[in-house]
Design a protein around this ligand. Sequence first.
Ligand code: P5A
Length: 440
Amino acid sequence: MRLSRYFMPILKENPKEAEIVSHRLMLRSGMIRQQSQGIYSWLPLGKRVLDKVNGIIREEQNRAGAIELSMPTLQSAELWQESGRYDAYGKEMLRIRDRQDRPMLYGPTNEEMVTDIFRSYVKSYKSLPLNLYHIQLKFRDEIRPRFGTMRSREFMMKDAYSFDLTKDEAVHSYNKMFAAYLRTFDRLGLRAIPMRADTGPIGGNHSHEFIILADTGESEVFCHKSFLERAVPPVDVNFDDVAAMQAIFDEWTADYAATSEMHDEAAYAAMPEDAQISARGIEVGHIFYFGTKYSEPMGAKVQGPDGKEHLVHMGSYGIGPTRLVPAIIEASHDENGIVWPESVAPFDAVIINMKAGDGACDNACETLYTSLSKAGKDVLLDDTDDRAGTKFAMADLIGIPYQIIVGPRSVAAGEVEVKQRKTGARETMTIEAALNRFAG
Ligand code: P5A
């Protein structure tokens, strides 16, 4: 992408409405724009990051055996009347009427709709286990939307729904998602801690929130410090191995970790004092097992091996991508701007032309840009005629992991300078060496 032809509206001033650093940096770097209270456009730079986050979520869901589909944002009220949640959900649900005066709603979640899909097609235990997910916008008319996309009214969710014949099998499905979440957050460069949590309007009595520790987090949380060091499941972990999945769950739930709603002061106090962490956290994921809460009122049954009809046992599993992006920034920034983990960076590298219009600089930039693009890398070429200082500040602000700096003096020697955003480390190398380093 050539910056001169890109759309990245950088703000020079600090936006006044932003109370936390991630919100400020997302606005300043032109990632998002508020359209009305709690409703945001994702501008091109932000959209790139969001897509990378969703890509990682998708890969890990697929690896764990979940299957992607796409359900609509608008839902008919009828389904929610069947489950009994239409009245129970309260003011957070945006209720709409269509031209025939039929009650509709903008989905805050999809348990009812996916249960309807399931009951329409699946009739036998032989089709189980089944886990269906989508990555789709949701709407919740939050009382206090704030901190940009951290708590918005329209937001994106990856929501997965599992269906099993028995409770034991449903527990295995839950454990699979639990392990997939550990891998997902790790790949996003985050340390997420699973904590016992309240189930709220989704229901059931077995649930875990995945929490990132951050001073600006909205939840009050308590946990053992062992979570900060624990290794996540490896890429080749076998999701079909029931015992292995249970062992991962057991290992990650052995030590104390709970949100304030589930906090047990006595259990917390029983831990050695130097192991206690009492902090604030951001909830980036939440998983639930709720048994037959939806299958029963909605009649989602399958024929079992005994020839009889059985209500299916269900769970649902949410991750908030539009919350994860600011959560990653909260965890990874410095005084100059964002420091993206490589896995979600909007571009792998930015080539900074220090003297646009200078033949040798332009040529070197073109060579680097074309070769790296051909190698499948996402590169941004700063080909504008801004001052060098402005270009460096912009590159730092938007947090691209590597800056390849092309200036007249180094180019005359056939060299460029490479700066790592995270450490600030600089290295001079030949253009060829830079190509080899980044094209690989
Ligand atoms: C699980 C999947 C559910 O809705 N039903 C389907 C279950 N869970 S949840 O905890 O209510 O939400 C799941 C995740 O969505 C994100 N999230 C939000 N992100 C931004 N703004 C919001 N207002 C918002 N509300 C929820 C969170 O990451 C949450 O863990």
